[in-house]
Design a protein around this ligand. Structure first.
Ligand SMILES: Cc1cc2nc3c(=O)[nH]c(=O)nc-3n(C[C@H](O)[C@H](O)[C@H](O)COP(=O)(O)OP(=O)(O)OC[C@H]3O[C@@H](n4cnc5c(N)ncnc54)[C@H](O)[C@@H]3O)c2cc1C
Length: 312
């Protein structure tokens, strides 16, 4: 795919100066390396900040130059266009991670993986995060989405979240202010950056906690196509139904466009059989939505975020 970058060599050197030359800033970075779908064209610029001041410097520079910024975590809920992403991708991931535990409270940075968090909680004999151990996202992505599984979700454990608001001011969001709902939070509708959060857990029995995590991992392995790249459940659960069942009732299991296929194992997942393009996935999503609406009368809404440059 030819590059359509809007970051020319002058802006590149300015960006390097603004952020500080770093191996964590790259140009023409293939997003297929940063999404669990293993799909997506190149980001003009890609930056993995290590601390808050790097985030602020990058965002201030981009705001001044009117360079669009796209925020991602571990890329496990994303479909990125084959034409990539114009502007800067700010990836709040591994370099921006870390946690501390005091009593029943865990504080963690936004880039911390949920599996790491759940493991640390378990070792500290704290229960409440078992549900999150198999979700392949970061804390920031999970709070934004109110990620959940097996009848629990982030809402159950999050007490306070520190963010940078649209003007880059530090703000702390507490309790009900999060406006958590099914796969939704206050942050879903705003361009804010989650920096860190505090979670409240309960004392538990270490064996029971690890047994529970093992049981949930086995259930995932049996029911989800973890052996192939995907972005998890493509659609939100429509009230009163299960998206996977609706899709499977339409005989769509195994249906493919190019290498994008409705998983044989879990019809709510689209898997990348190898060379799937974002275009294939998008066409497949539309086909599924149309078929389910025609045959079952239910309108499916996507849970995954479709991002990047979709202009032809
Ligand atoms: C195999 C598989 C299984 C999955 N199972 C589940 C499941 O059981 N339950 C579930 O809910 N999801 C599941 N998912 C989907 C996904 O893992 C979650 O939605 C996860 O919370 C996304 O986190 P992320 O860090 O990957 O975010 P990304 O996918 O990178 O981004 C998702 C959204 O969060 C925003 N975001 C990311 N970081 C921040 C931040 N620091 N501040 C503000 N906004 C931010 C992004 O802008 C974007 O809008 C699964 C995915 C896969 C591939």
């Amino acid at each position: 795919m030819p590059s359509r970058t809007i970051i020319n060599s002058r802006l590149r050197s300015q960006l390097i100066q603004a952020i500080g030359s770093s191996a964590r800033l790259t140009f023409d970075e293939p997003m297929s390396r940063h999404t669990t779908f293993r799909i997506g064209g190149s980001a003009d610029a890609f930056f993995e900040p290590e601390n808050e001041s790097e985030i602020i410097r990058a965002l201030q520079y981009c705001a001044g130059q009117e360079i669009p910024v796209t925020l991602i975590g571990n890329g496990s809920n994303l479909l990125v266009s084959d034409h990539g992403i114009r502007g800067l991708v700010l990836s709040v991931g591994q370099p921006f991670s870390g946690l501390s535990i005091q009593g029943c409270c865990i504080e963690a940075k936004a880039g911390t993986r949920l599996s790491v968090l759940a493991g640390a909680a378990a070792k500290a004999q704290l229960t409440g995060l078992e549900f999150a151990s198999g979700i392949p996202g970061t804390l920031g992505g999970a709070i934004q989405m109110n990620a959940g599984a097996y009848n629990a979700c982030m809402q159950d454990v999050i007490v306070e979240t520190d963010i940078l608001d649209e003007q880059l001011n530090p703000v702390t969001i507490t309790g009900q202010e999060h406006q958590f709902a099914y796969r939704h939070s206050l942050f879903s509708d705003r361009s804010v950056i989650i920096i860190k959060a505090r979670m409240s857990l309960k004392n538990g029995d270490i064996k029971q906690i690890f047994d529970c995590m093992t049981d949930l991992a086995n259930r995932r392995r049996c029911s989800q196509p973890l052996e192939l790249p995907s972005a998890g459940s493509v659609f939100k659960r429509p009230a009163g139904y299960y998206a996977g069942k609706l899709i499977s009732d339409c005989q769509l299991k195994g249906f493919a466009i190019g290498d994008a296929q409705v998983s044989e194992k879990h019809a709510g997942f689209i898997v990348n059989r190898g060379q799937a393009t974002a275009h294939d996935v998008r066409k497949l999503i539309e086909h599924i939505r149309r078929t389910v609406l025609d045959q079952q009368g239910v309108r499916l809404e996507t849970e995954i975020k479709v991002i990047g440059d979709w202009s032809t």
